[in-house]
Design a protein around this ligand. Structure first.
Ligand SMILES: *Cc1c(COP(=O)(O)O)cnc(C)c1O
Length: 438
């Protein structure tokens, strides 16, 4: 079944088909901390990685494993590891190959949490993050040196919603022996970064994959296509004996299991030590979400496209930010090259009335929820200048693509007429407010 290339089928059928003991079709919630060993020899083999089976739910759990197999299939990878949050996934994806004294090169267009992790927390750990503007892919090459361990970027970063040049940067990385890590949170199904050369994909499953705003979670997916051994000097953590695992050399120890050294090391060392694991209950929730994700993404994209077109015709709106509607030709070309079957569920727009209109618009919404989240089945809105980006100076806000009148929508699955009606009445009120103020 996993040979199928259709997302709709993969999310339903990849992984275990039925629970072997009872035949249960839906993946059960294995709410257990530990798994009994058959005997002492079995236990010893498991700890020596001679045989792979569940030991303790911080490391692996059957419910989580079912989700991992589905995610790996969806992204076209060979293995995955679920994590407690998207933040944990981003942090461990980097820390797995990067230690004090090393650096990564990251796109400037990042989720705020990733920005803080990279600019501040990693710095305290001695990991340097060099930020470059993704509009110029070659900037990644120029920022690299022999201590560069990875490139990092988001497929569809908001608020700019300018699709990242995945193949261009992956190609540069390949020539230097540097893997590209892609955060694909905002574009599951519609983009498969591994097909364009990414080595590792990370997700905040909290967003579209969960899809119902109920659970926080994350995942790392290993493409299996990056040659860590050919670049052994760059990756001592994978190619030299690991004192934390009786001197295992991960690329050699894991070889019999397939090209999964990266993800096995992440699990057996960092997940073991840092313990940022997903609960089986949340894994179950994410499986429910994942099974309808391709359907939902189609509808999110369709509704968002209609909203973007509607807003672009509205008097109170001076600019709409949506993939395919950018002024820069190259930005639009990338949206076409990397997004298939839709341009995503996020829409940005700028109100003529600036800060006051932005706040007034949000306060006037009746159906949209005002929250700092994306990817919910319900429509969501936020005014970044007065919330998520309010700590930044106006200059820094501008650099991230946020202007005083900027509003971000995560367009949901309600009927399009109801979505447009709510936007229209809020625009009416917000621009009315502006006229009175003027
Ligand atoms: C939300 C988000 C994250 C962080 O995920 P959490 O599950 O909230 O920790 C990372 N990247 C992107 C693009 C996100 O939207």
């Amino acid at each position: 079944m996993t040979a199928s290339r259709h997302a709709e089928t993969l999310v339903l059928h990849a992984g275990p088909r039925a629970e072997p003991q009872t035949g249960a079709v839906a993946v059960p919630i294995y709410q257990t901390t530990s798994f009994q060993f058959r005997d002492t020899a079995h236990a010893a083999d498991l700890f020596a990685l001679k045989e792979i089976a569940h030991i303790y739910s911080r490391i692996t759990n059957p419910t989580n494993e079912a989700l991992e197999l589905k995610l790996a299939a969806l992204e076209g990878g060979v293995a995955a590891m679920t994590m407690s949050s998207g933040q944990a996934a981003s942090a461990i994806a980097v820390q797995n190959i990067c230690q004090a004294g090393d650096n990564i090169v990251s796109s400037t267009d990042l989720y705020g949490g990733s920005w803080n992790l990279f600019a501040h927390t990693f710095k305290t750990m001695g990991i340097e993050v060099r930020f470059v503007d993704p509009a110029d892919p070659d900037a990644f090459r120029r920022a690299s040196d022999d201590r560069t361990r990875a490139y990092y970027a988001e497929t569809l970063p908001n608020p700019k919603l300018a699709v990242f040049p995945i193949a261009e940067v992956a190609r540069i990385g390949k020539s230097l022996g540097i893997p590209l890590i892609m955060d694909n949170t905002a574009a599951p199904v519609i983009c498969r970064p591994i097909e364009h050369g990414a080595a590792i994909v990370v997700h905040s499953t909290t967003k579209y994959i969960g899809g119902h705003g109920t659970s926080i979670g994350g995942a790392i997916i290993d493409s299996g296509n990056f040659d860590w051994e050919a670049n052994a000097k760059r990756f001592p953590m994978l190619n030299q004996p690991d004192p934390s695992y009786h001197g295992a050399i991960w690329t050699e120890a894991v070889k019999p299991l397939g090209p999964i050294a990266y993800i096995v090391k992440a699990r057996t060392t960092l997940q073991r030590d840092l313990g940022a694991c997903m609960s089986p209950f949340n894994a179950f929730q994410f499986i429910q979400g994942l099974e309808t994700l391709p359907l939902r993404m189609r509808e999110h994209c369709r509704n968002a496209q209609s909203v973007a077109e509607h807003l672009s015709r509205h008097d109170a709106v001076i600019r709409v930010i949506y993939p395919g509607m950018h002024k820069a030709k190259e930005t639009d070309r990338r949206a076409g090259a990397y997004l298939k079957g839709g341009r995503g569920g996020l829409v940005g727009f700028e109100l003529a009335g600036g800060m006051e209109a932005g706040k007034g618009f949000i306060d006037a919404l009746k159906m949209f929820y005002h929250v700092a989240n994306i990817g919910d089945a319900r429509s969501l809105a936020i005014h970044p200048a007065s919330t998520t980006h309010s700590q930044l100076s106006e200059e820094d806000q501008h650099a991230t693509g946020v202007t005083p009148g900027y509003v971000r929508l995560s367009v949901g699955l309600e009927h399009i007429d109801d979505i447009i009606a709510d936007l229209d009445q809020a625009l009416e009120q917000a621009s009315g407010r502006r006229d009175r103020a003027a």
